[in-house]
Design a protein around this ligand. Structure first.
Ligand code: AMP
Length: 400
């Protein structure tokens, strides 16, 4: 039973082919610059050399067609025929309130996804295009939608509601939804496994720190709060996103800078965050290198980022009435030794701190707290594709 996992962005397609009999990765790859000059497919079969295929890739359907060709290619392919793909799992960013779990894609589900487009105008349209392209190219193969928002649907109303007139929620769906749910779910479950404890007894703060960043309070296996909100802009300071600001700043800056609603949206999403503060880069490697050479704004950007994460960790511990583990994942969380140390400095009052030697690790599962710490700190590389493949496999198994 082989599952193709597809993650369509506006100009990209990430994919993985996973054999679910042993959860082995057979191949993975990335189509980039769809509809833009210089489009390219990078295909990495397991145990074989990487292939880079340059071609005009005008749309997602052509992109997926190329992926299928690469997967069945006589030299660098891993399948004898497309028919070996039993099901396709799609990452879908926004499922609104309709989806608290992964679902088989049906015409009704497609309609519900369309209904969510207004809330995720950048993310949901490429997801929908990807599903339609797969349906055209592989008719009859079951497709499953796995939502970034689903894991957070367990948040209680007092956590997801904003202090706005109630009809902003009932009429327009304005509430906190949360994102990165598949990642928060995976790393919290993995942390429980590493601790050899039942997740139903654990309170875990999961820190997904990548270019986009969010925290979740996972109490007894369920998300009870998370830092992203109605959109992935709320919460932490991110690579290029502001995270939370006083909402009154928005009309103030619109007037001062003479910006339209779309322009302020771009300002907050693309020009802010550690890029906006540092003026150097959104990439933590660049910012840390510049800070080491004495760039004060870069050091400030790192301090602002770390402080906001630490503050959220503290608030989630209060929300859960305690904590058993804190876990770091995604690009920064998995790789940034300095940033993990900076975030956790000052958490000694919890009965924990980072062991610098154990913290000297990148992209590997490891406990990094000092021996005997009351609250364990972990690095757990995320694996959203595996969660998508598992959910797809489960739904496929219920069909046959
Ligand atoms: P993601 O969105 O999860 O792919 O994370 C991407 C971000 O991770 C990059 O923009 C970098 O800021 C960060 N990152 C990746 N590798 C490292 C590293 N070795 N040290 C510090 N930051 C890193």
């Amino acid at each position: 039973m082989k599952v193709l996992v597809v993650n369509c962005g506006s100009s990209s397609i990430k994919y993985q082919l996973i054999d679910m009999t042993n959860e082995n990765l057979l191949a993975k790859g990335l189509v980039e610059r769809i509809g833009i000059e210089g489009s390219v497919l990078t295909h990495q079969p397991a145990n074989k050399d990487k292939v880079v295929i340059k071609a005009d890739i005008d749309n997602h359907k052509t992109g997926i067609q190329m992926v299928l060709k690469a997967l069945t290619d006589i030299d660098h392919g891993v399948l004898s025929s497309m028919k070996e793909i039993s099901a396709i799992g799609h990452r879908v960013v926004h499922g609104g309130e309709k989806f608290a779990d992964s679902v088989l894609i049906t015409p009704e589900v497609m309609q519900a996804l369309q209904d969510c487009v207004e809330m995720a105008p950048l993310h949901n349209p490429p997801n929908i295009i990807g599903i339609n392209a797969c349906e055209e190219l592989m008719p009859g193969v079951p497709q499953v939608g796995v939502f970034d928002t689903a894991f957070h649907q367990t948040m209680p109303k007092h956590a997801f509601l904003y202090g706005l007139p109630y009809d902003a929620y009932t009429k327009y769906g304005v509430r906190r939804y949360g994102f990165h749910g598949t990642s928060h779910k995976y790393v919290s479950q993995r942390t429980a496994e590493l601790m050899k404890q039942d997740i139903n007894n654990l309170r875990i703060v999961t820190c997904h720190l990548g270019n986009g960043a969010s925290l979740a309070a996972v109490k007894f296996g369920k998300s009870i709060d998370t830092s992203m909100g109605f959109t992935p802009l709320e919460g932490l300071v991110m690579g290029t996103r502001s995270g939370e600001v006083d909402p009154a700043v928005i009309p103030y800056l619109m007037k001062k800078l003479d910006l339209t609603a779309d322009q302020i949206d771009t300002y907050l999403n693309k020009k802010s965050g550690v890029l906006g503060i540092s003026g150097v880069s959104s990439d933590f490697r660049d910012i840390e290198a510049a800070a080491t050479e004495g760039n004060e704004l870069c050091q400030l950007a790192l301090d602002v980022f770390a402080y906001r994460v630490r503050k959220f960790i503290g608030s989630y511990i209060a929300a859960m009435g305690g904590v058993d583990a804190i876990v770091f994942t995604a690009g920064v969380g998995e790789n940034d030794i300095y940033m993990r140390g900076s975030i956790c400095s000052g958490l000694e009052f919890l009965g924990t701190s980072i062991d610098p030697e154990k913290n000297n690790v990148r992209g590997k599962e490891q406990e990094i707290s000092v021996d005997g710490a009351k609250v364990k700190i972990f690095v757990v590389p995320t694996n959203e594709e595996l969660v998508i493949a598992r959910d797809t496999n489960k739904i496929y198994a219920s069909l046959v």
